[in-house]
Design a protein. Structure first.
Length: 138
């Protein structure tokens, strides 16, 4: 009898797991801009187009990353993933910070740990901007 009592929770777990519907695993990318007046990040845009998000993540992945630390100043922008379904907490934010230099139209992007960074030249900044603008119009 003890054997069956120990197996009962396992059986309930199996049944509940089989009965669940697959979750919608789409993510949106939120872009926040640092506001110097409020001294905090404010929402700049939300990218919802899944194809654009896929292209953006490939773009970031293909950058030449180095172990050089990013600047110690406050980043101009930050990007993170948010589950499209707010009830879905399986997706944790992956942050990227961006320091943009208006004079040279170049940027530095860093992963959330701020231990690795990649420099973006003017063409890469334009490509990133085009991806964001295109996706915000959809």
């Amino acid at each position: 009898m003890k054997k069956y009592i120990l197996l009962l929770p396992f059986v309930f777990l199996l049944i509940s797991g089989c009965a669940q519907q697959p979750k919608n695993m789409n993510v949106n990318v939120v872009v926040e801009r640092y506001d110097t007046i409020q001294e905090d990040y404010i929402k700049f845009m939300t990218v919802k187009d899944q194809q654009q998000i896929k292209e953006g993540k490939k773009f970031v992945k293909d950058l030449t990353w180095s172990n050089e630390a990013p600047p110690r100043t406050i980043p101009n922008y930050r990007f993170y993933d948010v589950a499209e379904d707010s009830a879905d907490f399986d997706i944790k934010p992956v942050m990227y910070y961006v320091w943009f230099d208006e004079e040279t139209a170049t940027a530095i992007i860093s992963k959330d740990d701020k231990k690795t960074a990649a420099a973006l030249d003017n063409a890469q900044v334009n490509a990133m901007y085009d991806l964001l603008v295109t996706s915000s119009k959809k």
